[in-house]
Design a binder for this molecule. Structure first.
Ligand code: RIB
Ligand code: NA
Length: 297
């Protein structure tokens, strides 16, 4: 069945540098690369690598980056329901790639004008999954989730970048997929051990009907089932670039749920796929095929 992704499209400008400049300083970086990104586009591409009926709904601006994004995404097996906004720039993510980690500034541009055409709903089936995130207006996220929920789709919110107001949408969210930082923001406190994280996950799940999983980078994915927490470990791989690993996870999870797989199986599939994706530079470059994931399962 289909995966419907509502979300952002960005041009990721990846600058390799050994350190971040401090205020007033100019540094010479090492290299620059341009990749298609944005959490919406990334999640849709991840899903489309394993699902042949994936749709991306979003908005780009009217500039050269928009053309590059659309041309590249058209090479994926993806249906694009992407609007071009004349008076806005396409979203940009300035990614400073440091030896250890990344620092990212996102300029939403046209993503901030993203709306959802309610007539699209006529094409949705109850067996489809609907996946969205928070790089577009919250009102659009809310409308998308409500329409999807009303049509009986499985709804997933990846609450990234986190904004506390998204918790008002929980009645329309079947599955919420924060990373550890976002989960700490969701519950309003930090946790200092694995045990504390698990206890917080169980406590949250007792209070909410929405299903919870937490993506944990190298440690894999933890989820609540039958009142206990299960952790699916990530694969040990050589990390080249973690940008988009969370998106890969979310896209693959949505795709497997659209195949009517069990929640635990879908989490396992998505966790392995996300591990594989960090072996190449760029959010979408390392996103695996079904065959690649199965060879590690
Ligand atoms: O999740 C990774 C994405 O976040 C990048 O592709 C960048 O565009 C930012 O939106
Ligand atoms: Na990657």
């Amino acid at each position: 069945m289909s995966v419907i992704v509502l979300g952002s499209l960005n041009m990721d400008i990846v600058m390799k540098t050994n350190q971040l400049p401090i205020i007033g300083q100019t540094l010479l970086g090492e290299d620059v690369d341009y990749f298609i990104g944005g959490k919406g586009a990334n999640q849709a591409v991840a899903a489309s690598r394993v699902n042949d009926a994936t749709t991306l709904i979003g908005t780009v601006g009217n500039d050269a980056f928009a053309d590059k994004i659309l041309t590249t995404l058209n090479q994926e097996s993806l249906t694009l329901q992407v609007t071009k906004e004349n008076n806005h720039a396409t979203g940009i993510a300035a990614i400073f790639k440091l030896p250890q980690d990344n620092a990212i500034v996102v300029l939403p541009g046209a993503n901030a004008t993203c709306t959802i055409d309610e007539t699209l709903v006529q094409q949705w089936q109850a067996t489809d999954t609907f996946l969205t995130q928070l790089e577009i207006p919250l009102a659009t996220v809310a409308t998308g989730l409500k329409l999807a929920k009303q049509s009986g789709l499985t709804t997933i919110l990846n609450p990234a970048p986190f904004h506390v107001d998204c918790l008002e949408l929980l009645p329309d969210i079947d599955i919420i997929t924060p990373n550890e930082t976002e989960f700490a923001q969701m519950i309003g406190k930090e946790f200092t051990s694995d045990e504390a994280l698990e206890a917080a996950m169980l406590a949250w799940s007792k209070q909410h009907a929405t299903r919870l999983l937490v993506t944990r980078g190298k440690q894999g994915t933890s989820f609540v089932e039958n009142n206990s927490v299960t952790t699916i470990p990530a694969l040990a791989v050589t990390v080249v670039d973690t940008t988009g690993a969370g998106d890969t996870f979310n896209g693959l999870l949505a795709a497997e749920l659209a195949e009517q797989k069990s929640f635990a199986d879908a989490v396992r599939f998505a966790t392995i796929g996300a591990s594989l994706s960090v072996q190449q530079l760029g959010a979408q470059s390392g996103m695996p095929t079904r065959e690649a994931i199965h060879s590690y399962m």
